[in-house]
Design a protein. Structure first.
Length: 348
């Protein structure tokens, strides 16, 4: 426990996250491990997503694939935000092209109270995967992650992916006490999941609150943020950089750092220089190339990468990333090119 040690503790990712000078801007991609890579599709064939996430051999290999291929400055653990719920015993499946589907959605106070807790001793596979990865990665940092309480609650209440998140909001307004208990429980399991990863050697953590942007700042501040803060607080003296990210959070940017992040993830809607003003001093930024730009012509890709690198200079520190995950149709060669271009443009 305690401070991050090992060869990745002084990596560009960790340094940029802390606002320290770097030789060049670190770059990695959300969803870099996954369907844009033919070697991923070959390895995953015949294994269900949530089974693959619990197999240390597959997790290690899939996590390393984008590092080998693209030369990114960080690995992110191959897992999924619903995995802690699955390990706890909930019946959840990831349907290809759809996302997580929950067999018995949470619709009442009784459903909340019946949620199974996550027993830490069921996470041996996770600690094993992280330890192996850290040994293989050497000076390249491994980012551990978990889903934030709100985003997990949306899947549990809606029963699957949703655009409006209307049932989630209705539950939040109609059952404030059950809502609070639900988010408290989800915060505990997210914290357990992160603690295991950091104690096994992860160099940084990212808490994904992907769908928090559907909330008003007022509701976010009073009904969600305290639970995200509880997740980060539970890391105690584990001194690793903490990244917090959601989509469409332009109006929430002044609040998101308050949850306890060192780095605020930004989607493509808000330019990074404006995002730096909104989050205020004391935070680094991560982002924010529109993933769809990678499907455009090379000239557009280069122009947009240049813009993001330049606007990122307004922040205390910048971790180059996409504004959301890699789209499955992305040409992996373009991702490798972006890594090289960011390094070239930012070399000091
Ligand atoms: C909302 C969310 C989920 N999962 C995740 C989030 C938060 C990030 C975000 O906002 O995108 C997090 C996640 N899921 C996955 C990772 C792996 C690490 C990485 O490379 O970033 C991470 C960080 C693997 C995955 N998670 C998933 C896949 C695809 C499944 C497959 O390959 O069969 C992968 C590689 C499945 C998944 N899981 C989820 C969705 C929406 C989907 C896509 C469904 C689909 O379009 O098929 C839920």
């Amino acid at each position: 426990m305690g401070t991050a040690a090992g060869p990745a503790a002084d990596s560009a990712l960790v340094r940029a996250a802390r606002g320290l000078p770097v030789d060049r801007t670190p770059v990695w991609f959300m969803r870099q491990a996954g369907r844009s890579l033919p070697e991923y599709r070959a390895l995953r064939a015949g294994t269900a997503m949530l089974q693959a996430c619990q197999d240390p051999d597959l997790v290690t290999e899939i996590t390393l694939q984008p590092v080998r291929r693209h030369g990114v400055d960080a690995a992110i653990l191959f897992s999924d935000i619903v995995l802690p719920l699955v390990v706890a015993g909930m019946d959840i499946e990831i349907k290809p092209g759809v996302g997580p589907v929950v067999a018995s959605p949470v619709r009442s106070v009784a459903d909340v109270d019946a949620l199974p807790p996550l027993e830490p001793d069921r996470l041996e596979f996770l600690a094993t995967s992280v330890r192996r990865l850290v040994a293989e990665l050497g000076s390249t940092p491994l980012i551990g992650f978990a889903g934030a309480p709100f985003t997990l609650a949306t899947y549990l209440i809606e029963g699957g992916p949703s655009k409006e998140h209307a049932r989630t909001k209705a539950f939040m307004y109609a059952e404030p006490e059950a809502w609070r208990r639900l988010l408290e429980r989800l915060a505990v399991s997210a914290a357990t999941f992160l603690q295991v990863q950091v104690d096994a050697g992860a160099s940084a953590v990212q808490l994904f609150d992907s769908w928090a942007g559907v909330l008003s700042a007022t509701d976010y501040a009073s009904r969600v943020l305290p639970h995200s803060r509880a997740v980060f607080d539970a890391l105690g003296d584990r001194d690793v950089p903490k990244v917090h990210f959601g989509v469409g959070t332009g109006e929430l940017l002044p609040l998101i750092g308050d949850a306890g992040a060192d780095v605020v993830g930004v989607d493509w809607r808000v330019p990074l220089d404006e995002a730096a003003r909104r989050v205020g001093p004391g935070y680094s930024l991560q982002g924010n190339l529109d993933p769809a730009v990678l499907l455009a012509d090379r000239e557009t890709v280069d122009r947009e990468v240049r813009r993001v690198v330049e606007q990122g200079r307004a922040a205390r520190g910048h971790v180059f990333n996409l504004g959301h995950g890699v789209l499955p149709d992305t040409d992996p060669g373009v991702l490798t090119h972006v890594v090289e271009l960011v390094h070239e443009l930012s070399a000091r």
